[in-house]
Ligand binder design. Structure first.
Ligand code: DQA
Length: 147
């Protein structure tokens, strides 16, 4: 059983090297570790997964159902703007999720202004760099510990 599953989409494995003026200079591993620490401090179990592949992300979301994941925090990255398949997987497993972005997609190119996730997410946190993950984790923890 996992309380919180953190999912990261394509190219986020390159955090720290990739366009640091937009995405910051911390690695994905550092972000995952910080998120894990937030969860563990509240006695919640935590797992994380990153993939560049849409099908791997769909498989991991499907697996989350049997892992009894309570809540998903997801940065779908570029799939935010393209993936009906990941949207459908999240709808299929009926696990509440929070959408997170390092940058603010609405202040960027028009093709980033549409998300396939925002209308079905518990909420979306975007534009605060690595703090977006911290805020999303806090929202997830508040939700799970209030139950
Ligand atoms: C992103 C924003 C997306 O538009 C982009 O494709 C990403 C990262 C973000 O975290 O700001 O890869 O999801």
């Amino acid at each position: 059983m996992t309380d919180i599953l953190l999912l990261n989409g394509p190219n986020l494995n390159l955090l720290g090297q990739r366009e640091p003026e937009i995405y910051g200079d911390l690695s994905l591993e550092a972000i995952e570790n910080a998120c894990k620490q937030q969860a563990v401090e509240q006695n919640l179990t935590f797992n994380s997964f990153q993939s560049n592949s849409e099908s791997d992300l769909v498989e991991r979301i499907q697996q989350a159902k049997s892992d009894k994941v309570q809540l998903i925090v997801i940065n779908p990255a570029a799939y935010t703007h393209t993936s009906v398949a990941i949207r459908d997987a999240l709808l299929a497993v009926e696990i509440p999720f929070i959408e997170v972005h390092l940058s603010n997609p609405y202040s960027r190119e028009p093709f980033r202004h549409h998300s396939y996730f925002s209308d079905i997410a518990m909420g979306t946190i975007a534009g605060f760099g690595i703090h977006s993950y911290r805020f999303a984790m806090q929202a997830a923890i508040d939700k799970l510990t209030a139950q």
